[in-house]
Design a protein around this ligand. Sequence first.
Ligand code: ME8
Length: 502
Amino acid sequence: MSAAYHAFRQHGDHISKFYITTPIYYVNSVPHIGTAYTTIMSDILARWHRLAGDDVFFLTGTDEHGEKVAKAASANGESPKEFTDRISVKFIDVWKKLNISYDRFIRTTEAEHTKTVDRFVQLLSDSGDIYKGEYAGWYCVPDETFLTELQLVNGRCPECGREVKWVKEEAYFFRLSKYKDRLLEYYKSHKDFLSPEFRSKEISNRVEGGLKDLDITRISVDWAIGFQPDPKHYIYVWIDALTNYLTGIDWPDGEKFKEFWPADVHVVGKEINWFHSVIWPAMLMSAKIELPRKVFAHGWLTVAGEKMGKSKGNAIDPVQLADKYSADALRYFCAREISFGRDGDFSEAKLVERINNELVADLGNFLNRVVTMAEKFDGKIEGEPELEGKLDLDGIRKSMDELDTLSALDTIWKFLGELNKYVNDKAVWKLEGKELSNALYNLLEGARIISILISPFMPDTAARMSEQIGVKLGTLKDCKFGEFNGKVSKKGFLFKKVDTKA
Ligand code: ME8
């Protein structure tokens, strides 16, 4: 987000809109911790913007066409429709479990989406950017999969290890090459577009090296949207997938499109950055549609250094983790353990360490101590704000505007550290009367503010915290010391310590 935007938001009550998207996930795999990671991080950003008073639209969904899906369906003895209906529900169920607050779940098999693709292709064609040519490439016959040279493993299919065949097929192409200069120009004049910054060079260098036109149809893949200008062809993968971001907000005439486009950020994994940072903007230029403000490519979650994914057989089930440790603990871990943008290793041991040290010891024990003392206190809790200066709210806002959840949480935890220190320095448990009232006032106001600040990360914990403090969970506007008028009631620990010796 630009500095000007940040400054504007700090002054006054101006309401901004914020449109955020995740990739739409292939239904040939059920949700795992990798897809959960992107979705959790996007949810945290969406919730943060709602907390700041922005009008938010958060889109996620499933990518349901293509040869792999058709094959997975038939391997299960199901039609593609039955299969995609079933798997998309699994995504919806997992996102519910993880408390994902999306505004729309899009499926590319929706009738609305076919209309978007038809219209979009027509616009590219009107710009003279679609032509008929010949696709040539590797093809795995038993897997019915097209492969690039780079995907081959020792010259064979990476999935089944069998021999691949060189095939040629009539196909339609998009004139990607035409957009090289305009893209480079755009990157130069929109410094926030390619992000994080360290990835932007990688993309612009590759574009500078030249762009090849992109094949956008196939004859042999028919679990796909038809290519209207030539009915024996079907749309091949990426136009279908990328245009979901338009269908999701009812392009071209819907109210949502008018309010929310351009997207403020497309959050994606680094392996699909090229499609979002190069192909998508070029197609939007061709269709004469405004470009998104930012593409943010995050890194990979690895397990013991290897990319986690279904095909690797090292997929971790987020539902199992949420059942064992709570969705909030998992969400917190994603935002605090890995610098958003970089790769990060997932391990249950590290998750447990963070739960025990940060969620149980720093946060849970703090709340428990304060609420215990406040419940015993007989009298009105009031005092002078002494800890306000310890809260760096602008710093937290700035970190979140930069999508830096790790720094934001660090700053929130610094404030929590100050609250814990205050309890010990003042030996609050020994105080009485006015002094005790003043200390409790400061601690409860601090706890109330913490509950607001952690709510995008841990919505359930924030709700339970504010319930114990006896206040309604507020928004960012309420993150300042005021009068305390809660009715404290202790309701047990926020988190349970995980026994690491068992
Ligand atoms: O690529 N670490 O879908 P997909 C971090 N349908 N993120 C991971 C991850 C990991 N180990 N594994 C998966 C597709 N992801 C297309 C997208 S968008 C118009 C079309 C996340 O099911 C990450 O966000 O293969 C990655 O980009 C996405 O899942 C890929 O999901």
